[in-house]
Design a protein around this ligand. Structure first.
Ligand code: HEM
Length: 112
């Protein structure tokens, strides 16, 4: 049932307005296996992500003034990409989600 006084709608609007341009910072775990990157999928590789940050991201009305161009050296860029890759392992279950759902939980996980 919806609220008749319109207060809930007003609060929801305020909440939505207050979060325009805000993004939840995503986990970097397994990031080498989760391209394309950013909420719009506009960056295809980790190298592109580093270039994006190096240039100070894309100018937009919500960008924090604290975000500046980094002017990284080629070595620093390579190091950052390698660091991001190090956060990723060999994931064996991508593309096998349906198969996994049919698999019995491990005895140790179910406690039996
Ligand atoms: C050089 C330093 C940084 C590196 C290497 C880095 C790395 C990344 C990567 C790889 C992604 C894409 C994740 C994905 O799409 O799965 C990402 C997205 C993001 N990062 Fe960073 N990040 C850095 C600095 C920062 C800083 C300083 C902030 C916040 C102040 C930040 C906040 C975010 C947010 C909010 C997103 C999601 C953006 C969107 O969905 O469009 N990052 N970052």
């Amino acid at each position: 049932m919806s609220c008749r006084c319109g207060r809930a709608a007003q609060m929801a609007k305020r909440c939505i307005d207050g979060h325009q341009g805000a993004f939840k910072t995503p986990t970097l775990r397994e990031v080498a296996n989760t391209a394309p990157y950013m909420s719009d999928g506009s960056l295809q590789t980790l190298e592109e992500v580093i270039e994006y940050y190096d240039k100070g991201c894309r100018p937009n009305q919500w960008l924090s003034p604290k975000i500046k161009a980094l002017n990284l050296s080629a070595q620093e860029k390579t190091d950052l990409v390698e660091f991001l890759k190090a956060l990723s392992g060999e994931v064996t279950w991508y593309g096998k989600e349906e198969e996994l759902k049919r698999t019995k939980p491990l005895a140790i996980a179910s406690g039996s």
